[in-house]
Write a new protein. Structure first.
Length: 260
């Protein structure tokens, strides 16, 4: 993703207000997508969709597809187990359910590594929803398998080895732990504002300098076009990276993705 120039945004605006401050800062972070995302989560929806949500990328599309598969695969496996339980056709489809869970784990495990390296606070309602769509299918698959063993419907010579339950159990444990841990890691940011601060600190120094230079040039351009006064320009120039819109247009903060 290449950085878009800020001057056209300044030049095209007839007036300068809340959404424009957020759009300016969001666009300034084009070369720092992690920080841009955290800022977008705090800003008004109009600015979010214009400067971030409206810019699809191949990487973003693939990531979204991976998350859909991670959610859908264990559910499909559990549905197949339920079908077998009620219809009783063929052997226990444990291998199929386990493979579906393994596909999901191919997305989950890299995410766990990323979370460990770069922890971020997540809305608790999001944690609950994501955990449920993993915990429920895993619990269904495990319960049906154990029921089949207990009632004699499981035939060790025909059905799969019970070792296939291991990935299902692993998925269950991972998301129970996530639920219990809550919305934030003990050693990481605790809310959306801290998410933004941590993301800005992680940007390479050379990129920070480039972002600040472009941002400050745009602020001076705003003053030269009389779209903001000198005091506002001075205040804007003194803000830290990531704090421009929060300082100059705090009323635009929407809590689009609240921490709790």
């Amino acid at each position: 993703m290449s950085a878009r120039p800020l001057n056209p945004l300044v030049d095209e605006a007839d007036t300068w207000g809340t959404d424009e401050w957020w759009r300016l800062e969001l666009r300034s972070f084009d070369d720092a997508p992690n920080a841009q995302l955290q800022l977008a989560m705090l800003g008004p929806k109009a600015a979010w969709t214009t400067e971030y949500g409206g810019r699809p990328s191949v990487g973003g599309c693939l990531q979204t597809l991976a998350y859909i598969v991670a959610v859908a695969a264990p559910t499909v496996g559990a549905a197949w187990m339920l079908r077998w339980f009620f219809v009783d056709e063929g052997s226990l489809p444990l291998v199929f359910a386990a493979v579906m869970t393994l596909v999901s784990l191919l997305v989950t495990v890299p995410d766990l590594v990323t979370e460990a390296r770069r922890p971020r606070a997540i809305a608790m309602n999001v944690v609950r929803r994501v955990s449920l769509v993993h915990v429920v299918p895993a619990a269904v698959t495990i319960a049906i398998t154990l029921s089949a063993v207990a009632t004699g419907r499981y035939d060790a010579e025909v059905d799969a080895s019970l070792l296939w339950l291991l990935p299902v159990v692993a998925d269950l444990v991972i998301f129970i732990v996530k639920w219990v841990r809550g919305s934030a890691s003990k050693n990481g940011p605790q809310n959306p504002l801290e998410n933004l601060e941590w993301s800005v600190r992680e940007i390479d120094d050379s990129v920070k300098l480039r972002i600040r230079a472009a941002r400050d040039e745009a602020i001076r351009r705003l003053e030269s076009q009389n779209k903001i006064d000198h005091d506002t320009a001075t205040r804007a120039l003194e803000t830290e990276l990531g704090q421009l819109a929060l300082t100059l247009a705090p009323e635009g903060r929407s809590g689009f993705y609240p921490a709790q």
